[in-house]
Write a protein that binds this ligand. Structure first.
Ligand code: P6P
Length: 334
């Protein structure tokens, strides 16, 4: 049984064009994952142990874990000379590289700790990231460098802080999963070449919002739930933590849905640092991601924090959703 660390794997599999910056950036993200995992795995203890940087009687000084995760991502990446810009879910404005540091060729977009509201109930949470190359080496770090369609990502991945800590990434050459061995703090290759299995096993959607959806989405979910003769045989699983739901569906096959709603016509999830990187991954794993009418990979963001509806998983299920919407919701430019 060969033991492959994530560092060894990244080095052995770096894309031919990578000058080492991308490889080193992925190392940096693996280190950030270890540091964040160390904190999230003890989240429940911060109150009891009064860990440093955490607590007074009211808990007011306790650092929110998603702010902590954001700080770790920034501190590990802003001075290395690999990046020219960062976009974080935690910060309204783009994060520019301080003048005193060299700018690199890559842009990092990330949600430092998605689903952090689940921490208090000990549900798995995650970090999501995407990496673009700047558009013009002579003008690195413009907002346009981050506002590229997810199909132009050079790498993407997530970290799942769950029963074990896993890092799953792709640099365009398949999807690979690594599990953290906490004894010696190494991510070891545990899930090489992840491909969506067929037939799928699960569907994930918050059915309590049924009345808010368009007729096409309602009819698709009815179909998913077995109400038609040709319905698939799926089980419902909805954790309410995007990375956890996505990861389970990646391993077992399925579809995750966060539809647009009558009050939220772009849905809840963010295009740039949530739907986009996951769409890149699912494409690499043989699946498909749509906003209900078009591929997520083809949607060029106009704003860093814009939202999108998201249907992601086995291609057959997502394309069936698109058919329901075309049939029942009529033509739309969306
Ligand atoms: P709802 C967590 O807040 C999150 O951003 C995702 O991780 C998750 O998939 C979704 O929202 C859950 O949203 O509306 O079903 O609670």
């Amino acid at each position: 049984m060969t033991v492959t660390t994530i560092e060894r794997f990244i080095l052995d599999n770096q894309p031919a064009y990578a000058s080492g910056e991308l490889t080193n950036l992925l190392y940096d993200l693996a280190l950030a994952a270890k540091i964040i995992a160390h904190k999230t795995n003890r989240a429940g203890l911060i109150d009891i142990l009064g860990e440093a940087g955490a607590i007074n009687v009211q808990g007011e000084s306790q650092q929110k874990l998603d702010i902590y995760a954001n700080q770790i991502m920034r501190q590990l990446c802003d001075h290395t000379g690999r990046l020219c810009l960062m976009i974080s879910e935690e910060q309204e404005d783009p994060i520019h590289i301080p003048e005193r540091y060299r700018k690199g060729s890559y842009v990092l977009v990330f949600d430092p700790l998605d689903g952090s509201s689940n921490i208090d109930v000990n549900v798995s949470i995650g970090t999501i990231f995407g990496i673009y190359r700047c558009l013009d080496e002579a003008q690195r770090g413009r907002l346009e460098d981050a506002l590229q369609p997810p199909g132009d990502l050079v790498a993407a991945g997530y970290v799942l802080y769950g029963a074990s800590t896993m890092m799953v990434y792709s640099a365009g050459n398949g999807v690979h999963g690594f599990t953290l061995n906490p004894e010696y703090g190494e991510f070891l290759l545990s899930h090489p070449n992840l491909v969506l299995p067929e037939p799928p096993a699960y569907f994930s959607v918050n059915s309590s919002y049924y009345s808010r959806w368009s007729p096409g989405v309602q009819q698709f979910v009815d179909w998913l739930q077995g109400r038609e003769a040709d319905s698939p045989r799926l089980s419902a699983r909805y954790i309410g933590s995007l990375v956890a739901d996505f990861h389970r569906n990646l391993l077992r096959g399925g579809i995750f849905c966060y539809p647009a709603e009558d009050e939220r016509d772009e849905g809840k999830l963010r295009l740039l640092y949530e739907a986009g990187p996951l769409a890149f991954l699912i494409d690499q794993a043989g699946g498909y991601a749509s906003n209900g009418r078009r591929p997520i990979l083809e949607i060029t963001p106009t704003q860093p924090h814009q939202r999108t509806a998201l249907f992601i998983g086995n291609r057959g299920l997502v394309e069936r959703l698109e058919a329901f919407i075309r049939q029942d919701d009529g033509a739309s430019t969306q």
